[in-house]
Design a protein around this ligand. Structure first.
Ligand code: AMP
Length: 225
C-alpha cells in the first residue's frame, strides 16, 4: 500500500455487521491503495455459482444467514493469501468472523510477516436493515447499488455493463435478521479480542456520511497507523 504519506498496513481487516458498508469501503480502498480485496462472502458465492462440491456444502447455510464452518473459510483465505498479488498487502472483508478464525489468521499473518490493522465500521441496526433492504448487486460484475443513496442511472440495470441488478438471496429481510443474530453471537465478541490484541484498532462511524467521506476517514486513520 503505497499512497504518499500513508503508513503501510499490510493486512487491513474491515470489521462490522452485515450492511455496515465493508464491501463498499473495501472496493474503494482497493482502488485507492492498489491492493487486493478479499471477501470471503464473494469467494463463497463464486463457489456456489460454479456448483462445485464446496459450493453445494455451504449454499444452505448461507441462504439461511448462518456462518459456514471455520475450517472451510480458513482454508479459502489461507490459499488466497498465498497468491502472489497478496504479497504487498490486502484488504480482508468479512473475515475473520469468529474467534477461532481470528486466531488462525493471527498465526497466518505472523508467519507471513504481515502487520495488521483493524477498522471497525459502526452502524445502527435500524439503519442496517433499511440499507440492506435497498441493496442491489449487478448479476455480472458484482457492483453494489443502494436505491436510497447510490441508485443506478437506469433502474434495475448496472451502470458499468447494463446487466440486471438483483437482490442477493441472503439480503431478504428474514435472512438479514438471522445474519445480524449470527453477528451478535459469533462475531461481535471479536471486538474485545481485537482491542486487546495490541495491533492498531480504529472505530469509524459508518451510519451517516457518504461512502467517500467514510473512505477519507479510514485513509486518515491508516496514515497514523
Ligand atoms: P458477506 O458477503 O460477508 O456478508 O457473507 C455472506 C455469507 O457468507 C455469510 O452470511 C456467511 O454465511 C458466509 N460467510 C462469509 N464470510 C464468512 C466467514 N468469515 N465465516 C463464516 N461464514 C462466512
Amino acid at each position: 500500500m503505497e499512497a504518499a504519506g500513508e503508513a503501510a498496513p499490510k493486512a487491513l481487516i474491515l470489521f462490522g455487521p452485515p450492511g455496515s458498508g465493508k464491501g463498499t469501503q473495501a472496493k474503494l480502498l482497493k482502488q485507492a491503495l492498489g491492493v487486493p480485496h478479499i471477501s470471503t462472502g464473494d469467494m463463497l458465492r463464486a463457489r456456489i455459482s460454479s456448483g462445485d462440491q464446496l459450493g453445494l456444502e455451504v449454499a444452505g447455510l448461507m441462504q439461511a444467514g448462518k456462518l459456514v464452518p471455520d475450517e472451510t473459510v480458513n482454508r479459502l483465505v489461507r490459499d488466497r493469501l498465498a497468491e502472489p498479488d497478496c504479497a504487498g498487502g490486502f484488504i480482508l472483508d468479512g473475515y475473520p468472523r469468529t474467534l477461532p478464525q481470528a486466531e488462525v489468521l493471527e498465526r497466518e499473518l505472523a508467519g507471513r510477516g504481515f502487520d495488521q490493522v483493524v477498522v471497525h465500521l459502526k452502524v445502527d441496526y435500524t439503519i442496517i436493515i433499511a440499507r440492506i433492504a435497498g441493496r442491489r448487486q449487478c448479476s455480472l460484475c458484482g457492483a453494489l447499488y443502494s436505491l436510497a443513496s447510490h441508485p443506478p442511472a437506469v433502474p434495475g440495470r448496472c451502470d458499468h455493463d447494463g446487466a440486471e441488478l438483483v437482490v442477493r438471496e441472503d439480503d431478504r429481510e428474514e435472512v438479514i435478521r438471522a445474519r445480524l443474530e449470527a453477528y451478535d453471537r459469533q462475531t461481535w465478541p471479536l471486538l474485545e479480542y481485537f482491542s486487546a490484541s495490541g495491533h492498531p484498532f480504529h472505530e469509524v462511524n459508518g451510519s451517516n456520511e457518504s461512502p467517500r467521506a467514510i473512505l477519507d476517514r479510514i485513509r486518515g486513520l491508516l496514515a497514523v497507523g
